[in-house]
Ligand binder design. Structure first.
Ligand code: GLN
Length: 385
């Protein structure tokens, strides 16, 4: 194709390709074992595939209603009530999205504008800040510190100004694996009191919490739920990240604003997947057993690395494990990750990728949502370092 010779305006001139795409591509090109991008390398349940196929063959292949299939919204509503005791009306308070990244992006676009401030906890999932900047809003960063990566509520209080419009939270937390307590959610509720601040609560790992913890969903604190758009994902819960189906739960006025934008940037999400997911969710054990499933993977991964020179941080939830590599190398995390990929054949994510200023806490992120064979092979290589 002939190159365009005019000026191409850029809204994100300093943004390259996301770290997940870059590392997954490099891992594939050098044949490294991929413990980098967060996705399961094992299959999902055939009952789920059968359900989706059944709906395709039954002719459900046209647009869904803009807010999502009523049966799936009803299934989400029932789940939120059963698991968290939260009452979300399927018609007015639940919207099905094309994954959680779209949900967060649309929520920001709908609710933050020119000059508004949006508080982001760092390290942060890498889509939040570009979404804020594209809306013309200003990210305000609050650092989460190692080793527990839990918020310093005094620091959050200091970050709030008259221009704060949104706070984006994420628990269980990607990339650190930390998990908030209900007391954290109550502290957030108290700080928002008396301000026009809304909350986007990214809870995509809601069912992946360990060691008997209960997920501290924002919806369990009523005064917080009243100002929160809660975002979650079927991809994480049912091992189908590539289907890109998620949902947003929010009170009617917030859901209405969300849908005003959603209808024009997505309109509706693919129909057979929604219908199949609704059928599959009827058996609650399919999501309630997920924590135990991943806890076994976490424990296996940690046990296999016990003899290595990596220092493993605590992991309360998600399918990510952070590790300090200071005993192996004094390199910057990006350089270490590159060398680990080329020389040891294991791909990971440098945690500096989750900071806007490239801050390097000397940590790398492993994803343990992988088959036992892959984990065994990768750990053998990591123990040899
Ligand atoms: N959530 C996944 C991760 O953190 C990646 C999703 C993506 O590539 N956008 O690895």
């Amino acid at each position: 194709m002939r190159e365009y010779t005019g000026r191409v305006p850029s809204k994100l001139p300093d943004v390259g390709t996301t770290i997940f795409t870059v590392v997954s591509r490099e891992a594939a090109s050098c044949g490294a074992l991929n413990l980098a991008q967060g996705f399961p390398d094992f299959t999902a349940a055939s009952a789920l595939f059968d359900a989706v196929a059944r709906h395709m063959h039954a002719g459900h292949n046209q647009y869904s209603p803009m807010a999502g299939q009523p049966v799936l919204r009803a299934a989400v509503s029932a789940k939120m009530a059963a698991v968290y005791g939260a009452q979300y009306d399927a018609d007015t308070e639940i919207t099905i999205t094309a994954g959680a990244t779209q949900a967060v992006y649309t929520a920001i676009a709908a609710l933050a504008g020119q000059g508004d401030e949006v508080i982001v906890f760092e390290p942060a999932f890498d889509s939040y800040v570009p979404g804020i900047r594209l809306a013309g809003a200003v990210p305000v960063f609050v650092r989460l510190d190692a080793p527990d990566f839990l918020p310093d509520w005094d620091a959050v209080a200091r970050a709030i100004t008259s221009r704060t419009r949104l706070i984006i939270t994420n628990t269980p937390h990607n990339p650190t694996g930390s998990a908030w307590s209900l007391d954290d959610q109550r502290q957030l509720a108290a700080l928002c009191e008396g301000h026009d601040i809304l909350v986007i609560s990214d809870e995509v790992y809601e069912h992946i919490v360990f060691d008997g913890r209960e997920h501290a969903s924002a919806c369990r604190v009523p005064e917080l739920a009243a100002r929160t758009l809660l975002v979650s994902s079927f991809g994480k819960t049912f091992h189908v990240t590539g289907w890109k189906v998620g949902f947003v739960c929010a009170p009617p006025s917030l859901s209405a604003e969300f849908r005003r934008v959603h209808q024009f940037n997505v309109f509706a999400v693919n129909t057979p997947c929604q219908l199949g997911l609704a059928d599959y969710m009827a058996d609650a054990s399919r999501y309630l057993d997920l924590g135990a499933f991943y806890q076994r993977k976490r424990d296996d991964f940690r046990a296999r690395l016990a003899g290595s020179r990596f220092e493993l941080l605590d992991c309360a939830g998600t399918y990510f494990q952070l590790a300090r590599y200071a005993a192996i190398s004094g390199e910057a995390d990006e350089a270490f990750v590159r060398r680990l990929m080329r020389e040891a054949g294991v791909a990971t994510i440098p945690v500096s990728a989750f900071y806007h200023d490239g801050f390097d806490p000397g940590l790398i992120r492993f994803c343990f949502a992988k088959s036992e064979a892959l984990i065994a092979q990768a750990c053998e290589r990591l123990c040899a370092l």
